[in-house]
Design a protein around this ligand. Structure first.
Ligand SMILES: NC(=O)c1ccc[n+]([C@@H]2O[C@H](COP(=O)([O-])OP(=O)(O)OC[C@H]3O[C@@H](n4cnc5c(N)ncnc54)[C@H](O)[C@@H]3O)[C@@H](O)[C@H]2O)c1
Length: 260
């Protein structure tokens, strides 16, 4: 605990999920105040209550559907007020959607994945930016995936959204830099990390988690899938002023997969 993000006010979407929880914990331990937001009210409020025990006064929770603009307007305003500012936005909420080849895909599946994985990030950047500017130096951290940099059969909707997150991040970084706002924007690209988002792969392996993990590990030079903390520590760096000269960049957390 070295107060790397002391005084930072951080909003994390999809915070009740595997990666969101790990980010929240590490950011709190390093001194931040956090607003946890999620579609799942019970889960995000339970997480808040658990974290408040060790970090009194520094954890807030909100029900938030990132695909809905009115939710963004409400949550950003209330979280900024509760925390006393907004210096970091972590666009983390995301869904895998259905694994389907193109002929079997549906427009409903495609649109749902687009709404949650990329339209949400446009809405978040738009509505958080005035508050981030007011709290600068500020940082936007967009959680993409290795699937935004390399494709896989059956993952068309997910690949397309995560690639869009990668490029949109650079647009926002350049817009903010051009206007001297001191708001940085970077993307993070994890490979398979052990969270509930991997459940469809376990189902495909007949419910055998070890077998699913063994399959997912095959293309990873470091020979394991990731842990939520592998991503959380990168996020702490990007949230902190240690990364003050870093913007428009992508950070692969992939055990060497895309080095091949
Ligand atoms: N775990 C991995 O292997 C992995 C790899 C690469 C990228 N990612 C990305 O990391 C991010 C977090 O994933 P995770 O592994 O923690 O997944 P997760 O399934 O554990 O958590 C996702 C969270 O997002 C919430 N959510 C879903 N739809 C929402 C909506 N419309 N509005 C608000 N919240 C919503 C869920 O309730 C859940 O709490 C996602 O963007 C995912 O694409 C994960």
């Amino acid at each position: 605990m070295t107060d790397r993000v002391k005084g930072k006010c951080v909003l994390i979407t999809g915070a009740a999920g595997g990666l969101g929880q790990a980010m929240a914990l590490r950011l709190l331990e390093e001194g931040a105040t956090v607003a946890l937001t999620d579609l799942d009210t019970a889960a995000v409020e339970a997480l808040r209550d658990r974290l408040l025990a060790d970090h009194p006064g520094r954890v807030f929770a909100f029900t938030h559907d990132v695909a809905r603009e009115e939710d963004w307007v409400r949550v950003v305003a209330e979280a900024t007020e509760d925390m006393g500012g907004l210096s970091v936005l972590i666009n983390n909420a995301g869904i895998g959607g259905e694994l389907r080849y193109a002929e079997a895909d549906t427009l409903d599946n495609w649109r749902k994945v687009q709404a949650v994985n990329i339209e949400s990030i446009m809405l978040g950047c738009k509505h958080a930016m005035p508050h981030l500017r007011a709290s600068a130096p500020a940082s936007i951290i967009n959680i993409s995936s290795v699937a935004g940099l390399a494709a896989a059969p059956g993952m068309g909707a997910y690949n397309a959204t995560k690639a869009a997150v990668w490029m949109y991040t650079k647009t926002i970084a350049l817009e903010a830099a051009k206007q001297d706002w001191n708001v940085r924007c970077n993307s993070v690209h994890p490979v398979f990390i052990k969270t509930p988002i991997l459940d469809p792969f376990i189902a495909m392996a007949g419910g055998d988690e070890a077998k699913a993990h063994e399959r997912l590990t095959r293309g990873i030079p470091l020979k394991r899938i990731g842990e939520p903390d592998d991503v959380a520590w990168c996020v702490v760096y990007l949230a902190s002023d240690e990364s003050k000269f870093v913007t428009g960049s992508e950070f692969k957390i992939d055990g060497g997969m895309l080095a091949q």
